[in-house]
Design a binder for this molecule. Structure first.
Ligand SMILES: [Zn+2]
Ligand SMILES: [Zn+2]
Length: 248
């Protein structure tokens, strides 16, 4: 999902995690903002990866991708890549044609939900099916308010099509997480208007059994195994190896 860091940095992070680049089979692009596409062209070309992208995103991103690598997707038709099924759904964000994704494998659902102004019905519905979610927790409301950003930018971030605040993300988590959610990855934290420690403390105080991980802006997040449990003997039913370090 997305390539917001340069190709060389992706390679470095994959190597540090012991993951081969040959594990990458395709890239899905959520929207055209530069923090989601910076390394896309080079990575796709170097590894001949199909890029799933919608036409408005392609046009607005001014992405000069090799034509044979471009594949379109829509919200209505899930895409199968090997054992994974990727379902896209539209979200509220100030881009041309923005989407979030749920990746499913043998009944396990992992959501990738960043760059969202408002937790719309689509998001609530998909979040409530996820065993794990990579969820934006972009800004602390007070830090944004008293910080040095110009007014128009504060308004954009807070707006209906901007970003989710820590409190908005927490509300989605506490109100709509399913009983079987095991991991929550807080992501897309603002460098200037947020604090990883604060986010960790806030969510951990409401987490119960859910493992809370705050994704760093600077380095890769560890690989986690997401498992479904048998109700009776709590043995893993299926598992899905996860690697979620491609976001800037
Ligand atoms: Zn972004
Ligand atoms: Zn964005």
């Amino acid at each position: 999902m997305d390539v917001g860091i340069c190709c060389r940095e992706v390679e470095k992070r994959m190597r540090r995690l012991g993951l081969s680049m040959s594990k990458l089979k395709a890239v899905f692009v959520s929207h055209e903002h530069s923090d989601h596409i910076k390394g896309l062209r080079v990575l796709a070309k170097k590894y001949s990866l199909p890029v799933f992208i919608t036409k408005p995103t392609l046009q607005n991103g001014r992405l000069f991708l090799d034509k044979h690598l471009i594949v379109s997707y829509t919200a209505k038709e899930p895409v199968t890549i090997g054992e994974l099924v990727i379902t896209a759904f539209s979200k509220l964000h100030d881009a041309a044609d923005p989407y979030s994704f749920v990746v499913s494998c043998r009944g396990i659902n992992v959501g990738v939900f960043t760059d969202i102004g408002t937790a719309c019905e689509n998001l609530v519905q998909h979040f409530s099916t996820c065993h794990a979610a990579f969820l934006e927790s972009n800004y602390d409301e007070h830090m944004l308010e008293v910080g040095g950003y110009p007014y128009y930018l504060k308004k954009r971030i807070r707006g209906e099509k901007g970003h989710l605040s820590n409190n908005q993300a927490l509300e989605l988590f506490t109100m709509h997480r399913p009983a079987y959610m095991s991991h929550l990855f807080l992501s897309h934290l603002s460098k200037n208007n947020n604090c990883p420690k604060l986010v960790g403390e806030l969510f951990n105080s409401h987490a119960g059994e859910v493992k809370i991980v705050v994704a760093s802006r600077e380095e890769e997040t560890a690989v986690f195994k997401i498992e479904a449990m048998h109700e009776q003997n709590k043995k893993p039913l299926y598992n899905l190896g996860l690697q979620m370090q491609l976001f800037a």
